[in-house]
Ligand binder design. Structure first.
Ligand SMILES: [Zn+2]
Length: 353
C-alpha cells in the first residue's frame, strides 16, 4: 500500500509542477487530457483496478478517486486564474487615454457641380419656375427637328452627337428638348415657367470640354413676354448667383431655336473687367445663351406665336462652378479626387459657405 501511495505522491508532484507553469488555456487543456482524458494516466490506472483482488481494489479505488478529485479542482482553479489574467491583459492593452485629442469624423459635402446647380435652382424656383426633367436618350425629333434644327442643318454637325443603336435616337446634346416636352405637358396652359437641369452629351474632350456635362435650361411663355423680361430675369439670376457686383451685357448671336438670339456676358472673375488672358483682354466672359423662342418651336410645343411669346436660355453648370470655385480645369470636376473636393467643405466662391 505504501508503495502505491508514494506513486500517487510522485504523480501529484509531477502534475502540480506542470500545472504551475501552465500559462494559457491550451496548456491546461493538454494537462487535463494527459491525466483525465480517455487514455489519461489516471483513467488508465482506474481501469486497471479490475485486475486487483477485491480487498485491495476498494482501498486503491478510494485513493485514485481522491487524487482525481484534487486534480479536477486544481485544474479548475488554475483555469479561472488564467481567465482572469487574460481578461486583465486585454483590458490593459485597450486602456484609453482620455486626454488624447479626438479623431474628427470625415464630413461629407455636396459636389461643387451640385452646389452650382442648386444656386441657380434656388433663385429661379423663388421666381416661380418649376423643375422639369426629360430622358437622356432622346429622339432626334425632340433633340433637333422640334427645335428648328432640320436634318442637314449645320448645327447638327457643330454638336457632334453620340448616336445610339436605335434608329432616330441620340444622347441628347442639350437640355432644350425638355422645352418641347414641358410645353406639351402644359397643353396650352399659361404661363409656362420651366427650369430643366440635366446631363447632356457631346463629342468633345479637352480642358474646357468633357463628353458629358450639365446644363440648366429655362423657358418662359405667356402673353406679352419680351426681350426686357429675358434681360430682367437673367440679370437678376446672375447677380443672385455670382454676387451684386458682377456686371452683365447682352450680345446678339444665333441659335436655330430662338429669334432674336442673345448671348450674355459677365465681367471676368480673374481680372474684374480690366482685361486678362482668361477673357482674351476683353474683360468679359460668356455665361449663357438665350433668346426669344422661335415661332416654329412654339408651334411644335402646341403654342401659337401670334397669341403668346416667350424666352429661353441655357447655361453650362461646369462653367458656372469653375467661376464660383475659382477652377481653371473643367476635368477636375469629374475626377472624384477627394483631396481636391475637400477643399470646398468650407469655401464657396471666395466666401465661407
Ligand atoms: Zn479677365
Amino acid at each position: 500500500m505504501q508503495s502505491k501511495t508514494s506513486t500517487d505522491g510522485r504523480w501529484w508532484d509531477w502534475f502540480e509542477e506542470t500545472l504551475r507553469t501552465a500559462r494559457d488555456l491550451p496548456a491546461i487543456q493538454s494537462l487535463r487530457y494527459q491525466w483525465l482524458g480517455k487514455r489519461g494516466q489516471l483513467t488508465v490506472a482506474m481501469k486497471e483496478l479490475a485486475q486487483l483482488p477485491a480487498e485491495q481494489r476498494r482501498l486503491r479505488g478510494q485513493q485514485l478517486n481522491q487524487l482525481r478529485q484534487r486534480m479536477v479542482e486544481a485544474l479548475d482553479i488554475r483555469q479561472r486564474e488564467i481567465d482572469i489574467e487574460t481578461e486583465a491583459a486585454l483590458l490593459n492593452g485597450e486602456r484609453l487615454d482620455m486626454t488624447m485629442p479626438g479623431r474628427p469624423p470625415r464630413v461629407g459635402l455636396l459636389h461643387p457641380l451640385t452646389r452650382a446647380r442648386r444656386r441657380i435652382e434656388d433663385v429661379l424656383l423663388r421666381m416661380g419656375f418649376s423643375l422639369h426633367y426629360g430622358p437622356q436618350v432622346e429622339s432626334e425629333w425632340y433633340n433637333f427637328e422640334a427645335l428648328n434644327i432640320p436634318a442637314g442643318h449645320p448645327a447638327r454637325d457643330m454638336q457632334d452627337s453620340f448616336f445610339v443603336d436605335v434608329p432616330n435616337m441620340v444622347l441628347r446634346t442639350h437640355t432644350s428638348p425638355v422645352q418641347i416636352r414641358a410645353m406639351q405637358q402644359h397643353q396650352g396652359r399659361l404661363p409656362v415657367k420651366v427650369l430643366a437641369p440635366g446631363v447632356v452629351y457631346r463629342r468633345d474632350d479637352d480642358a474646357t470640354h468633357t463628353p458629358m456635362f450639365q446644363q440648366v435650361e429655362g423657358l418662359v411663355i405667356d402673353h406679352g413676354i419680351g426681350l426686357a423680361d429675358l434681360k430682367g430675369t437673367l440679370t437678376t439670376m446672375v447677380r443672385e448667383v455670382l454676387g451684386e457686383r458682377v456686371e452683365t451685357r447682352f450680345r446678339s448671336s444665333y441659335f436655330p431655336f430662338t429669334e432674336p438670339s442673345v448671348e450674355m456676358d459677365v465681367t471676368c472673375a480673374a481680372c474684374g473687367g480690366v482685361g486678362c488672358r482668361t477673357c482674351k483682354a476683353t474683360g468679359w466672359v460668356e455665361i449663357l445663351g438665350s433668346g426669344m423662342v422661335h415661332p416654329v418651336v412654339l408651334a411644335n410645343g402646341g403654342y401659337d406665336a401670334s397669341v403668346v411669346s416667350g424666352f429661353a436660355f441655357g447655361l453650362g453648370i461646369e462653367r458656372l462652378a469653375m467661376r464660383l470655385f475659382g477652377l481653371d480645369d473643367l476635368r477636375l470636376l469629374y475626377q472624384n479626387d477627394l483631396q481636391f473636393l475637400q477643399q470646398f467643405i468650407r469655401w464657396e466662391g471666395g466666401r465661407q459657405a
